[in-house]
Design a protein around this ligand. Structure first.
Ligand SMILES: [Fe+2]
Length: 468
């Protein structure tokens, strides 16, 4: 069956002044000619150049000794004008040295006259064309690489952030303009330097160095350091090979001075607001104490006990602060209870008791609209709940009660029992601690009770040191 695709013919030029050699060459190629070769010939170098310019030859066979050129110069002259066609030098058996020189000069191959047949000729043509193709691809690839390298270099230098590429030992391989400007070193002198040596005048600390961490964890790391009054965020990105080994690291130093200053301002403002807020909380507490002098100092004392319990239980700083502030205002709801009931000596009626028991809910209503970062209003709401569900106002049990409230309730009981009230004298600390210990796991969280006992028994807090 005939092939639909026509095989492309190989176009050959023979540059040879000896008609006998030309005839022989053509005969060999036509010996088993299946019309795959188009063979043309010229006698001089000049004609070969003209023809090569006009035609798209796949290969040129050239005898170096021609009427208008002699020896290796023939090849030099040809290659200087035509450099994209594979050349095969035709040589006599006595000038093999010249053949070797020809290969050095760029010829793809050489053939010794009278010693080749169809197969060797075909092979020489095929290999020459193939070698030429590979060489061209290599050149194209090199050109592309050069373009990419130039693009990378110009992009690298145009980046505003200081960037460098360093090797595994911390030596700078490449640095951009911003990096050189930052450390006031020219590119020639920055390459080869150990990057950490550039940070001599900074507050950079080796133990938080991103490079060390990036080497350890093989992931992107960053840290901030200060140099010449400016803050820089240092990002280190490790580049890994296929075996997950670090081959180099990219350093990026971004000037974050403005951002850092804004953060510091924000932090200062936050501290100011926090201070104002604390003052407001104190005022709230004082407000109640004016109304109910018997509870003067109570909230402050509860705050002291509750905070020590929270610290003893190893709670985080935010929870400790929440407990301290909630304690300072936990009875704020009593502000709505008539002073005559609050400071009534002797027994109170059921209705009066019910009214007093509304104070956690009232406290919650007062505080709930204020946007705290912790559940201050909820802690206040739950500060009379007991873990067996016998507390008020919602009869919550165990884990349904916030830990902060479970701490506050114990601190509240200890402070209240050890204080004088119009209707009873103060209990001793032994009686007070006995009360919470005997109700451990019943009314009060066992861990909180244990913690409270530890604090008093270890002498960390003496009940007489509290404000009375
Ligand atoms: Fe209370």
């Amino acid at each position: 069956m005939a092939s639909n695709t026509k095989q492309k013919k190989v176009k050959i030029l023979i540059v040879e002044d000896n008609p006998g050699d030309v005839r022989l060459f053509k005969e060999i190629l036509s010996d088993i000619n299946n019309h795959n070769y188009i063979v043309e010939d010229v006698r001089t170098l000049e004609d070969s150049l003209t023809k090569s310019h006009q035609n798209n030859y796949d290969a040129v066979f050239i005898d170096l000794n021609l009427p208008d050129s002699f020896g290796i110069d023939t090849l030099y002259k040809f290659i200087s004008k035509i450099n994209n066609i594979p050349i095969i030098v035709l040589t006599g058996s006595d000038d093999l040295e010249l053949a070797a020189k020809s290969l050095d000069a760029g010829a793809q191959d050489y053939l010794v006259k009278g010693q080749f047949d169809f197969n060797s000729l075909k092979r020489a043509i095929k290999y020459s064309i193939e070698r030429n193709r590979i060489q061209k691809e290599k050149e194209e690839l090199n050109n592309k690489l050069k373009i990419y390298a130039d693009r990378w270099s110009s992009t690298f230098n145009a980046i505003e952030d200081a960037m460098s590429v360093i090797n595994i030992d911390g030596k700078i391989i490449q640095a951009n303009k911003a990096m050189c400007n930052l450390f006031q070193i020219d590119n020639k002198n920055i390459v080869g330097k150990i990057c950490i040596d550039l940070l001599k005048d900074s507050d950079h600390q080796r133990d938080i160095c991103s490079m060390e961490l990036a080497k350890k964890y093989k992931t992107r790391q960053n840290h901030i350091f200060k140099i010449n009054g400016k803050f820089f965020n240092c990002i280190v990105d490790p580049v890994l090979d296929e075996n997950n080994n670090i081959v180099r690291m990219i350093h990026i130093l971004s000037d974050v001075t403005q951002q850092k200053k804004a953060e510091e301002e924000l932090e200062q403002n936050y501290k100011k607001i926090k201070k104002l807020f604390e003052q407001a909380i104190f005022s709230f507490g004082r407000l109640l104490e004016v109304k109910d002098p018997y509870t003067a100092g109570h909230q402050k004392n509860v705050a002291q006990i509750a905070t020590l319990i929270a610290i003893d239980l190893d709670l985080n700083s935010e929870k400790i602060e929440a407990i301290r502030l909630a304690s300072l205002v936990h009875d704020i709801g009593k502000i709505a209870i008539p002073a005559s009931i609050l400071s009534k000596p002797g027994k109170i009626s059921f209705a009066e008791k019910s009214m007093i028991e509304m104070h956690p809910q009232i406290g919650y209503e007062i505080l709930k609209e204020i946007d705290f970062s912790y559940p201050l209003a909820e802690i206040v709401l739950q500060h009379h709940e007991k873990i067996d569900g016998s507390g008020y106002p919602n009869k919550l049990k165990n884990g349904d009660i916030l830990l902060e409230a479970r701490i506050l309730v114990v601190a509240d009981v200890v402070e209240a029992m050890s204080s004088h009230r119009p209707y009873r004298p103060a209990h001793t600390i032994e009686e007070t601690l006995h009360e919470i210990e005997s109700n451990k796991g019943i009314l009060y969280d066992p861990d909180v009770v244990d913690s409270c006992l530890r604090i008093f028994k270890s002498g960390k807090l003496n009940i007489h040191d509290l404000e009375k």
